[in-house]
Design a binder for this molecule. Structure first.
Ligand code: NAD
Length: 291
């Protein structure tokens, strides 16, 4: 018998036509949920729903639109709350935007794009969903999608990193108004994960990150989906306000102190790369990490 903890429950997953969001939707459908597939791209949302509904039963519903727009969010939450024979008890604020850019040249337009979706969208989705859950009186689960870049500085991602750190703090803040209502709020923070987007950004994305992650592998969307499903399930009922990193250990380490000393003293790297100065080695490493 398949484990189906989500039967009779509806979930909203924003930005779920592709990538991590789609994997989350797929996992929740497999475990019994009805899922509202939101995406800014209506054709992609429709295609995702077609895949998820293969067979006789309707498991998912497309609700395309901008997950950063509070008025749209209200309409989407209202739609989800009115799906028959199911209750809106799960929300995943997954849609998020990454804008790379040098700090000195970063424009107000790029800043607004990042903050509108990552922070405003996440905040008002949690608010609208929590109102429904409060009215229903049966509690609920909210998962916010953060990032490893919300925990560690990363070249050319100042606005994005700031927004993801804000999301992590939002999970803590919301324990106070929502805990007494039986609503838990957690942040699941992926590390480098192989999706259609990241694959396009860097052809050897998987190879590069398998080298950088202590566990020698790149993250797969299903790694994040399984963690989100745990956070939404009754098994995590005493966990709230937490950020759980799904990053293969990347945020657990820092550069070796010996390596840093070599850089500070601008001495050649001694570990078999004698022809490379420490600064050059650091530059190569940073380049790998941001490409
Ligand atoms: N992929 C990674 O390596 C990684 C790492 C850390 C954190 N994350 C976070 O995980 C989440 C999902 O990442 P991903 O790489 O799967 O995303 P992605 O960039 O592939 O986008 C997923 C979907 O979101 C949709 N989308 C874009 N703007 C939207 C909007 N305004 N409203 C609704 N939908 C919108 C896109 O059309 C796309 O189908 C994001 O919050 C991202 O910041 C991803």
């Amino acid at each position: 018998m398949i484990y189906q903890p989500f039967t009779g429950k509806t979930a909203i997953v924003t930005g779920s036509a592709n990538g991590i969001g789609f994997a989350i939707a797929q996992h929740l459908v497999a475990e019994g949920a009805k899922v509202v597939i939101n995406d800014i791209d209506p054709a992609a949302a429709a295609a995702a729903v077609t895949k998820l509904n293969a067979g006789s039963e309707v498991h998912s519903y497309a609700f395309p639109g901008d997950a950063g727009d509070p008025e749209f969010i209200k309409r989407m939450v209202d739609f989800a709350a009115n799906i028959t024979n199911s209750r809106l008890e799960m929300v995943v604020a997954n849609a998020g935007l990454t804008e790379f850019g040098d700090f000195f040249d970063f424009t107000p337009e790029s800043f607004t794009k990042v903050v509108n979706l990552n922070l405003r969208g996440t905040f008002f989705l949690a608010q609208a969903a929590a109102k429904v859950m409060k009215a229903q009186g049966s509690g609920g689960n909210i998962v916010l999608i953060g990032s490893n870049v919300g925990e560690r500085a990363y070249m050319n991602l100042a606005a994005y990193g700031m927004s993801k750190a804000g999301i992590s703090m939002l999970a803590k803040q919301l324990t106070l108004p929502l805990g007494p209502l039986g609503i838990s709020v957690n942040c699941v923070a992926p590390g480098a994960t192989l999706t259609e987007r990241t694959q396009k950004e860097e052809p050897d994305y998987a190879g590069t990150w398998a080298k950088l992650n202590p566990n020698n592998r790149v993250g797969q969307p299903e790694d994040v989906a399984a963690t989100v499903a745990f956070m939404l399930s009754p098994a995590s009922r005493h966990i709230t306000g937490q950020t759980l990193l799904v990053d293969g250990g990347w945020t657990s380490y820092g550069p070796s102190p010996f390596f840093l000393r070599e850089i500070a003293e601008d001495r050649p790297v001694t570990n078999g790369q004698n022809n490379t100065t420490a600064k050059a080695a650091e530059a190569i490493k940073l380049k790998q990490m941001v490409s």
